[in-house]
Design a protein around this ligand. Structure first.
Ligand code: 6GU
Length: 249
């Protein structure tokens, strides 16, 4: 998968050199490039923002640097047919083979595990990190005319910019690309993969600071263990995230 990130803080993304995503980059599973939006300004001060039309607090990111930066990526992205993407039937691949443009925004649709699975099937993602009060609306409207644009939010709270949100999305998507996570089975038993929260996990020692591992886990009876874990998932989800449970009839 090729990922391009446009930001005024490229140094934010140095953490993507480490951990699973870092390994995936070294092995070629993820081709990740970070572009500085200011490289697409042409004034002495490398201005990326201006005051909002109609008035109001804060600054808005100007459209021209975004237009130039995104045009540049679109012009040199050659979709590699051998690029690593999640295994899906050709018919289920996005019709438009061009890159998907994603703008993190608290005004966007909610990022979920289902969306992470969708994005993992894309050969090409472009993330545009906004700062200040946002990006001139015409940037989204312009690129939506000829391609696909999605505004995506991590949740109902406000970050100062899209950088941390993009990092979270890349980690969630990257680990779903085949080969990035060593044991693919570890992907299926996690919180949210089956719509429920994960069951609690234990390892040795069997007793620690007076707390014992639930005896059922030491029983060796896999059927009973599976039933217990399912019960724990349901109990935990009902207690912490009742919104995730299907409505009771
Ligand atoms: Cl994606 N961006 C910003 N700036 N704030 C957020 C967010 C994204 N998701 C939640 N809050």
């Amino acid at each position: 998968m090729r990922i391009d990130i446009i930001t005024i803080f490229p140094e934010f993304f140095s953490v993507l050199d480490v951990s699973l995503v870092g390994k995936a980059r070294l092995s070629g599973l993820i081709d990740l490039r970070v572009l500085n939006l200011r490289d697409h300004t042409h004034d002495r001060h490398h201005t990326v923002d201006d005051t909002p039309y109609g008035g109001g607090a804060g600054m808005v990111m100007k459209p021209e640097p975004w237009g130039e930066a995104i045009d540049g990526i679109l012009a040199n992205v050659k979709v590699n047919p051998d690029v690593a993407v999640a295994a899906v039937a050709d018919a289920e691949r996005p019709r438009d083979a061009g890159p998907l443009l994603i703008f993190p925004s608290p005004a966007g649709e909610l990022f979920t595990q289902a969306m992470a699975r969708e994005l993992a099937q894309e050969p090409n993602l472009i993330f545009g990190c906004g700062r200040y009060e946002g990006i001139d609306q015409r940037v989204f409207d312009h690129f939506a005319q000829a391609g696909r644009v999605r505004l995506v939010s991590l949740g109902d709270y406000v970050l100062n910019g899209g950088e941390v949100a993009v990092m979270a999305m890349i980690e969630a998507v990257g680990r779903l690309i085949p080969g990035v996570v060593g044991n693919p089975e570890s992907l299926v038993e996690e919180s949210h993969e089956d719509g429920l929260l994960e069951y609690p996990s234990y390892t040795k020692p069997a007793a620690w600071r007076g707390l014992e591992v639930p005896p059922v886990l030491l029983s060796g009876n896999h059927g009973v263990i599976a039933t217990w874990r399912r019960g724990q998932q349901l109990e935990r989800t009902a207690r912490v995230r009742p919104d995730l449970l299907p409505p009771a009839n």
